[in-house]
Ligand binder design. Structure first.
Ligand code: B1M
Length: 213
């Protein structure tokens, strides 16, 4: 099975979306858990894309097709990751901050949150502080979750928190942040209530925030 998952990672690296879909389907039909397909097939492929992009060995077009291939796999494992019997009234509004187009990690966080019984409202990417504020007023969520993948967009998290606080929405609303360059120290500095490094701990963080209220 590890050979199949390795091949899956390679197909993702090559940006072969139909190949990724076919191998993901095969792995699931063979009984591999969705989380294993994600952690041992799709994510290692995407990590390799990130390393080679950083090192100048591949360029934006290759990264875009790899991201599309990632989505092809995610679509298939999504219903399995999100399976949950525990209905919950807890609501989380998620978005990638303004200026940032990276949405794969944020989508994964949404899928895992859904699986944990949260009602997820996904605002997508490039979300301005004002749109977060509108959604906070409209949806009345328990948590606002912000994602940033660029060090240049991390400051927008701070602005968004300021906008929400200025509007007086910081009473029962909890704010959590995450994304590859985001750290716990940054979360503390900008006054976020929670920080998580990955989608699994994001769920743990959200549950903790709900208990602490
Ligand atoms: Co870009 N990119 N990218 N990119 N890209 C990175 C992030 C980069 C690290 C690559 C590198 O240099 N090695 C680098 C950022 C450097 C930095 O600032 N620190 C970078 C750059 C520089 C850029 C551009 C500026 C390149 C350019 O144009 N010169 C440009 C910026 C565009 C923009 O946003 N304005 C750009 C563009 C793109 C694409 C559009 C081509 C594409 C995104 C497609 C898409 O998302 N639809 C892309 C991609 C795919 C990547 C890499 C290769 C992969 C990101 C990814 O999806 N990872 C990335 C390198 C890397 O990270 N290895 C890179 C998989 C995903 C599952 O992980 O997103 O980390 P991640 O999410 C995790 C955790 O972070 C966490 O949980 C998730 C699941 O475990 N998490 C949260 C995320 N959000 C959370 C929220 C939470 C809690 C946890 O609470 C609310």
């Amino acid at each position: 099975m590890s050979g199949l998952l390795e091949e899956l990672g390679n197909k993702l690296y090559d940006g072969d979306a139909p190949g990724v879909a076919a191998l993901t389907r095969r792995a699931l039909e063979d009984g591999t858990l969705a989380l294993v397909v994600l952690n041992q097939g799709l994510l290692p492929g995407m990590d390799r894309v990130g390393r080679d992009f950083r090192d100048g060995e591949i360029f934006i077009p290759e990264v875009i097709v790899a991201a599309r291939a990632m989505h092809a796999g995610l679509e298939l494992i999504k219903p399995l990751l999100a399976q949950s019997s525990a209905a919950s009234a807890r609501k989380i509004v998620l978005g990638t901050v303004q200026g940032d187009l990276h949405d794969i990690g944020k989508k994964l966080v949404g899928i895992m949150m859904q699986g944990a019984g949260f009602h997820v409202v996904d605002l997508g990417h490039d979300v301005t502080p004002e749109r977060f504020l509108e959604a906070a007023r409209r949806e009345n969520p328990d948590i606002i979750g912000m994602s940033a993948l660029l060090s240049t967009t991390m400051p927008v998290m701070k602005t968004t928190i300021e906008v929400l606080r200025h509007a007086g929405l910081d009473g029962k609303l909890r704010i959590m942040v995450g994304g590859a360059p985001v750290t716990r120290a940054w979360a503390d500095e900008i006054g976020a209530d929670g920080y998580a490094a990955d989608a699994v701990t994001a769920v743990e963080c959200a549950r903790r925030l709900m208990q602490a209220r």
